[in-house]
Ligand binder design. Structure first.
Ligand code: HEM
Length: 158
């Protein structure tokens, strides 16, 4: 094992975790949420909740793996000073996207998200679903941009 390149192992973990995590976000955004539009509020709330409860632990684990593998690559290749250089804007973007999702998964989701959705769905179900779709769309677009920029940046396109 002494000749294993742990930097490459971390990169594999980073990319696999991103695939599972953002793949799940994409599935929820482009398949699950649009399918809910045809259902009654009480039914879509129950079904969305069931999907969300199964996805949340998976997302939390993969988000942590992305952080750990990313930090390891920063340490292994000594890339810290990239954060002081605007040419590495794609590194800032990766961290910003990570912070956004981490805040959502570890702080907002357990504390307020369910309450806000339940309340919104009882007052204005269609508007609530539309808002959820829009927010998921924005988050998916940011994540895809971070992936695009991450691969392009790491392989010298910028
Ligand atoms: C705290 C969060 C993160 C840290 C510290 C981090 C760190 C890193 C580092 C150091 C690299 C290697 C750069 C290089 O080889 O020049 C990298 C690559 C990459 N990261 Fe991140 N990252 C983070 C979050 C994310 C997020 C949220 C995404 C996507 C949603 C992402 C997607 C990628 C991709 C696609 C690559 C390129 C892999 C390759 O093609 O070799 N990262 N990241």
């Amino acid at each position: 094992m002494s000749n294993v390149d742990w930097g490459v192992v971390a990169r594999i973990v980073h990319v696999l975790a991103v695939v599972v995590w953002i793949g799940g976000v994409s599935f929820v955004t482009t398949i699950i949420l649009p399918a809910m539009r045809k259902k009654q509020p009480q039914q879509w709330l129950r079904e969305f909740d069931a999907v969300e409860r199964r996805f949340a632990p998976q997302a939390r684990i993969t988000v942590l793996l992305v952080l750990l593998s990313g930090l390891y690559m920063l340490y292994r290749y000594d890339l810290w000073d990239r954060f002081a250089d605007a040419r590495y804007w794609w590194m800032h973007l990766m961290v910003a996207v990570w912070l956004l999702f981490a805040a959502l998964l570890f702080v907002l989701e357990p504390l307020v998200v369910h309450r806000v959705i339940d309340r919104g769905a009882s007052i204005a179900p269609e508007a609530t679903l539309r808002l959820m779709l829009r927010l998921h769309g924005v988050m998916l677009a940011l994540a895809l941009l971070a992936i695009l920029a991450g691969v392009a940046g790491a392989h010298g396109l910028f």
